[in-house]
Design a protein around this ligand. Structure first.
Ligand code: PEP
Ligand code: MG
Length: 850
């Protein structure tokens, strides 16, 4: 039976048009004869073929007129020409069902929806190509398929069971996607009914739209050949997930309780919601939270032929699915299968047939692929969020998120950036790329909290450099916090307090002010050398990447730059800086330092510092791959311009008024060294380039960042002029903890005795050859850590400029003998917590400052 206002369906079976144009004309004549179109619409249909290919797929074509000629349509109608022998259409594709459409746009979508559904039913389509019964074709094109999750009889199928939802957080995406997977395992039709609402169990969005909550009753029913077995399989999955769902809810509740326990430092007096992570950059920030979302990108509507558009959409969906699979695998390894399920559910969302059909329909209507996809995602997400159910609203956010991934695959130019609010805020983000963090403005970003990441990640390091109090590894709950709510972020204890009382806000402001007063006191003496009470001087440098940061570092008390991370010259721009650009930067650094020493680290690309424009091969384990020196030795096109720029700066930047024979105070060091031959190869390259340029010799140092280098420090010391210990990486490689791993972040402590012993070995190895040892990893900027390093025999500490005054104050208050004894005790401790306990015991401080 036809639905009311259904278009007329005119059918000619066993047609044998000579070619495509003849087929279009014959179909158009059927429509003309039935009074559906003005005869001029035929020409419009032929014109359309010239600008778009109307081949829909599987032998179905849909000729229709130009949009501007809609006025020539008198009545909606379909003319179907069945061509059993096929007629050549486009690019070697044969059409067997020519479905000429005369319709206004809303009817058009309905027809295409039916057709795209029909295309998915191969067997039926095969019958329609040869049937001699026009009624069979008419029926296929007239049946109105139910809208996802809404229509369908509220009656159950023959085999059924009833289940009361016992998942504490209802049927959310993770379990729903497991249901879909089980339902897809067989050919039986399975539906889930909740009251009058029915959903296809093979359709994730439809299932989610049921909005099942704990305690709801659902009837799950099936029909078809293997229905009883399929239902039994699904039942096992449905009920089997209950225990895991309950355990997950219990874990969340337990974590919430733990997160509320008082910490050493600032604590609220009144109850409020607490989200816990790890402190990554100290200080208190007070302000409204803002969840970092991508900016809206304007997606242009650029129509293209359906076939190539379809291919592009297909390829983009495939690439996104592969990306999500990699993310799920990676997350599964790092955080466990429960979290990996988020990405699994996201892949199910983009595989949803209704979503893809909708996008195809929009493309068939003449819209561009990117535009059609974005519209389809928006409509589906809109439907989900309009239901007023928070679980579904979150799925809408997931759908938009994954939709953006696909969009970026369709056209990389549609990649969305980040949008920041105008007023100062505490920024909440899933994670930030180091280059995004580097671009943050501390005047607008009062505090930063990320769901992922670790305290030694480059993002955390940059946040410290910028002086932005930061928390990392706070978990996904962070991103669901209400935008604009007032929060207190404590970057020392790693906590975020949401909606604190007025009393707590006042107390937090007082604490923040007291902290500032302590810092000011330390700052007053920051210009003095870091000389211990018994007269031992420790050299103090700053980790600074650009010349404009030098004055601030010097004002904080830096005596030199102990680490210039040059990869940021590459990360912060969209192309590779040339030799002259680099030369200008190194020269400007030397000039800004005005005769003070500068250690420039050669490019350390790889690990978490990926430079998209270099298009380096993707690695399974980038931290264990071609990173740092390994890349430099393989890519002379990257290393040599940098070395040339450095030697030119050394040659040209002898400080004014320097005594004759005094060279520029520049040193070069190389990251991620593991072996003596690497150092030999680097020295050879340096010497060749130096001779070419006619530059003076400069000290060549290496970073000690892998246990192999620390253990072989004595051998390496024979081949280089100095060491700089990168404790961030040394910690990650010694403890086998990815420095960005959220789950393990609390254990990735550079004060672990194993790391301290490697530092001790490095100092001993260097001492055999009289080499200078610095530390430029994050622990050098921790006052207690700095004391231990000095006690272990480190000569220089280089840190984020903001850490300088407190480190200097602590060193000046100690004696070298005490520090040596403390360092020995630290190396003998069983774990990092025991080492940190020595701090409290030695300083008598039970509480964090102030
Ligand atoms: C380190 O590893 O400690 C270091 C200083 O290098 P980066 O943090 O840049 O890897
Ligand atoms: Mg490093």
């Amino acid at each position: 039976m036809l639905a009311p206002n259904a278009p007329r369906v005119l059918i000619r079976t066993a047609a044998t048009p000579a070619d495509k144009d003849a087929a279009i004309r014959q179909a158009a004549q059927l429509l003309v004869a039935a009074g559906c179109i003005d005869p001029a619409y035929e020409a419009s249909m032929l014109r359309r073929e010239g600008v778009a290919n109307t081949y829909l797929g599987h032998g179905v074509v849909i000729p229709h007129g130009m949009v501007d000629d809609r006025a020539l349509v008198r009545e909606s109608g379909l003319a179907v020409l069945q061509v059993p022998g096929g007629v050549a259409w486009h690019d070697g594709q044969d059409a067997h069902l020519v479905v000429a459409i005369a319709a206004q746009s809303d009817t058009h979508i309905t027809i295409l929806r039916r057709l795209t559904r029909l295309i998915q039913d191969e067997a039926r389509l095969a019958r329609l190509r040869t049937t001699q019964d026009p009624a069979e074709i008419a029926a296929a094109l007239s049946e109105d398929a139910p809208a996802p999750g809404t229509a369908g009889p509220a009656a159950d199928l023959p085999h059924a069971f009833t289940w009361t939802v016992d998942y504490p957080t209802g049927l959310h995406a993770r379990p729903a996607s497991a249901w879909v997977e089980a339902a897809l395992g067989g050919s039986a039709r399975i539906q889930v009914r909740h009251g009058a609402e029915v959903a296809d169990a093979k359709n994730l969005i439809a299932l989610l739209q049921l909005g099942l909550r704990a305690g709801d009753e659902a009837v799950i029913s099936a029909e078809g050949e293997d229905a009883p077995a399929a239902l039994a399989r699904l039942k096992a999955v449905v009920t089997g997930l209950s225990a895991g769902e309950k355990a997950a809810a219990a874990r969340a509740a337990e974590a919430a309780t733990k997160a509320a326990a008082p910490v050493a430092g600032w604590n609220p007096a009144d109850p409020c919601r607490i989200v816990s992570g790890i402190g990554a950059s100290p200080g208190l920030a007070i302000g409204p939270v803002h969840v970092l979302g991508p900016t809206e990108v304007a997606v242009p509507d650029e129509p293209e032929p359906l076939t190539s558009g379809g291919d592009r959409l297909h390829a983009a969906l495939e690439r996104t699915a592969a990306q999500l699979k990699a993310l799920a695998d990676d997350t599964g390894r790092r955080l466990g299968q429960a979290d990996a399920g988020i990405f699994k559910a996201q892949s199910d969302l983009i595989a949803d047939t209704d979503l893809i059909t909708l996008a195809c329909q929009l493309m068939v209507e003449g819209h561009g692929v990117a535009y059609a996809w974005q519209q389809a995602v928006e409509r589906m997400a809109g439907r989900l969020s309009a239901l007023g159910n928070p679980v579904l609203a979150a799925r809408a956010a997931d759908l938009r998120d994954v939709g953006r991934r696909v969009l970026a695959q369709i056209d990389p130019a549609l990649q969305s950036g980040h949008a920041l609010p105008d007023r100062p805020c505490i920024l909440l983000a899933p994670d930030l790329a180091p280059s995004d963090t580097a671009g943050l403005d501390p005047a607008r970003v009062l505090g930063l909290a990320t769901a992922q990441g670790g305290p030694t990640s480059h993002t955390a390091i940059l946040a410290r450099t910028l002086g932005i109090p930061s928390v990392v590894a706070a978990g996904a709950a962070l991103l669901a916090l209400p935008a604009g709510a007032t929060a207190i972020l404590d970057g020392t204890t790693g906590r975020l307090y949401l909606d604190p009382s007025e009393r707590d806000l006042a107390a937090a402001r007082a604490w923040r002010d007291a902290l500032r007063a302590t810092q000011e006191e330390e700052a007053r003496e920051r210009g003095l050398p870091a000389r211990t009470r018994d007269g031992h001087a420790v050299a103090i440098g700053a980790n600074v990447n650009t010349p404009d940061q030098v004055p601030f570092a010097l004002a904080q008390g830096a005596e030199s730059v102990g680490l210039m991370r040059t990869e940021f010259l590459f990360l912060e721009r969209g192309d590779t800086p040339g030799e002259d650009d680099q030369y200008a930067t190194y020269r400007a650094m030397l000039e800004a330092l005005d005769g003070r020493p500068l250690i420039v680290r050669a490019l350390d690309i790889g690990g978490d510092k990926q430079v998209p424009h270099l298009a380096l091969p993707k690695e399974e384990n980038p931290f264990l791959g071609v990173r740092g020196t390994r890349l430099l030795l393989r890519r002379p096109d990257l290393m040599e311009p940098q070395l040339r720029a450095l030697y030119r700066a050394a040659r040209d930047c002898v400080p004014a008024g320097a005594p004759a024979g005094k060279d520029a105070p520049l040193s070069i060091m190389f990251p991620m060294i593991t072996s003596v031959p690497e150092v030999a190869a680097l020295r050879e390259a340096c010497e060749r380039i130096r001779a070419e340029i006619g530059a003076p010799e400069v000290p060549l140092g290496i970073m000690i960042e892998v246990p192999a280098a620390a253990i072989q420090a004595d051998a390496l010391a024979a081949h280089c002029d100095f060491f700089s210990i990168g404790t961030n990486d040394l910690t990650q490689y010694a403890l086998a903890i990815d420095r960005q791993n959220t789950e393990l972040a609390p254990e990735a402590d550079s004060l672990h005795p194993a790391v301290l012993r490697l530092v001790r070995m490095t100092c001993e190895g260097a001492a055999r050859h009289g080499r200078f040892v610095g530390v430029c990893g994050g622990i050098a900027g921790d006052p207690f850590g700095a004391g231990l390093l000095a006690g272990l025999g480190v000569h220089e500490l280089s840190m984020t400029p903001r850490d300088l005054p407190a480190v200097k104050a602590r060193l000046r208050a100690a004696s070298l003998d005490d520090l040596k004894a403390l360092a020995e005790r630290a190396c003998a401790q069983p774990d990092a917590a025991a080492v940190r306990a020595l701090d409290r015991a030695s300083s008598g401080a039970a509480e964090a400052r102030p």
